[in-house]
Design a protein around this ligand. Structure first.
Ligand SMILES: CC(C)(COP(=O)(O)OP(=O)(O)OC[C@H]1O[C@@H](n2cnc3c(N)ncnc32)[C@H](O)[C@@H]1OP(=O)(O)O)[C@@H](O)C(=O)NCCC(=O)NCCS
Length: 186
């Protein structure tokens, strides 16, 4: 098992994993609910720099040469700027010039945006290792706190984060879904 930085060529393998984790947020990020369009837009953005879905924000986990997990994270201070390229494309796609992607993190926090492990490899500790890798990166960048949002009706992932030292500090609603905001001191 190795954890390494993602590269643009990982896009087609990783986008299904991203979709598995972010659910309907993918529609918000792309401005469409057409599954093929969603996948193609996310694949395109994954291969580019300086946007929320970029390979630059991802670490991947390989098991026996196969990509089976990823974690995506970034500094909340830059979150709005990372959403803008997606927002512009979504505005064009949806035909709504006032299209807005709600900013998820607080500006003061390092933000764990996406965690996903392929179904055949869940329950082997890979998700936990990816969270720890994100925490290590945050620490090395000088952050003292890492945060994430988890769907309030997803007890499995919430339990995983609690075991890793996160706790809920408030709830937040995005695009009609309620989330727990969870934090961990580093
Ligand atoms: C959440 C996820 C990344 C965990 O990855 P993983 O490699 O299975 O995690 P680990 O093996 O390190 O830990 C397993 C723990 O995950 C938690 N868990 C996550 N999803 C679960 C589920 N559907 N059912 C039961 N437990 C789940 C449990 O705490 C479990 O530990 P336990 O069985 O001792 O209670 C993975 O299940 C996944 O990709 N799920 C779909 C995407 C998703 O929900 N992402 C999180 C969005 S916030």
């Amino acid at each position: 098992m190795i954890i390494r930085a993602a590269v643009p060529g990982d896009a087609s393998t990783l986008v299904p994993l991203i979709l598995q984790a972010i659910g309907s947020i993918a529609f918000v990020l792309t401005g469409t609910t057409d599954p093929e369009e969603v996948a193609s837009i996310l694949t395109d953005f994954f291969g580019r720099e300086q946007n929320r879905i970029s390979y630059e924000n991802a670490l991947v986990l390989e098991e026996d040469g196969e990509l089976v997990g990823l974690v995506m994270f970034y500094d909340g201070a830059g979150a709005r700027a990372l959403d803008v390229p997606l927002e512009r494309a979504a505005a064009r796609k949806s035909g709504r010039s006032d299209y807005r992607i709600p900013t998820e993190p607080e500006t003061s926090e390092f933000y764990l945006d996406t965690l996903s492990v392929s179904p055949g490899h869940q329950g082997k500790g890979f998700g936990s290792k990816l969270v720890e890798a994100a925490c290590d990166r945050a620490r090395r960048l000088g952050h003292h706190r890492i945060a994430l949002l988890v769907e309030s009706d997803a007890p499995g992932p919430k339990r995983l984060y609690e075991r890793l030292g996160f706790h809920v500090d408030y709830t937040k609603r995005i695009a009609g879904q309620e989330y727990f905001h969870m934090v961990r001191w580093l």
